[in-house]
Design a protein around this ligand. Structure first.
Ligand code: ZN
Length: 136
């Protein structure tokens, strides 16, 4: 369960915004996961703050296993795939699988080839806040 609770003012309705925080671990990476919910208008959001100092910002994706790895992005992270000339703006603080990130930008045939080990791409995370990381 969430171990820490506090209350803020909701930016939307100025009601009570309840913040729950807890420590979570994915692989070798630890995070503080914050869940915000307004008790008046019910807007909610999730934020991840990394606690692990060493960040991995480059991943060679060449198997199904790699496609299932998770990436934590800040809302200012640009994900670059140089082989395909792609720059993807991650416009939210989220924790997603590699496949979920690239599916909207890469055709299914290419994803299938990567999954079978017939093609490889490189993911580079460019984050001015130094929050984004590939989960190790
Ligand atoms: Zn509200």
């Amino acid at each position: 369960m969430y171990s820490f609770l506090r209350e803020l003012v909701c930016p939307d309705c100025e009601g009570s915004l309840i913040v729950h925080s807890k420590k979570v671990k994915y692989g070798q990476n630890s995070f503080i996961k914050k869940f915000f919910e307004c008790s008046d208008c019910y807007i909610n959001s999730i934020e991840y703050i990394p606690l692990t100092p060493v960040k991995k910002t480059k991943l060679l994706v060449r198997s199904d296993n790699d496609l299932n790895r998770k990436i934590l992005t800040s809302d200012n992270c640009v994900i670059k795939i140089p082989e395909l000339g792609l720059s993807i703006m991650a416009n939210e603080n989220s924790l997603l699988k590699v496949s979920e990130v690239i599916n909207s930008f890469i055709d299914n045939e290419t994803v299938q080839k990567i999954s079978k080990g017939e093609k490889k791409i490189t993911l580079l995370l460019k984050d001015p806040y130094n929050i984004s990381t590939i989960i190790q």
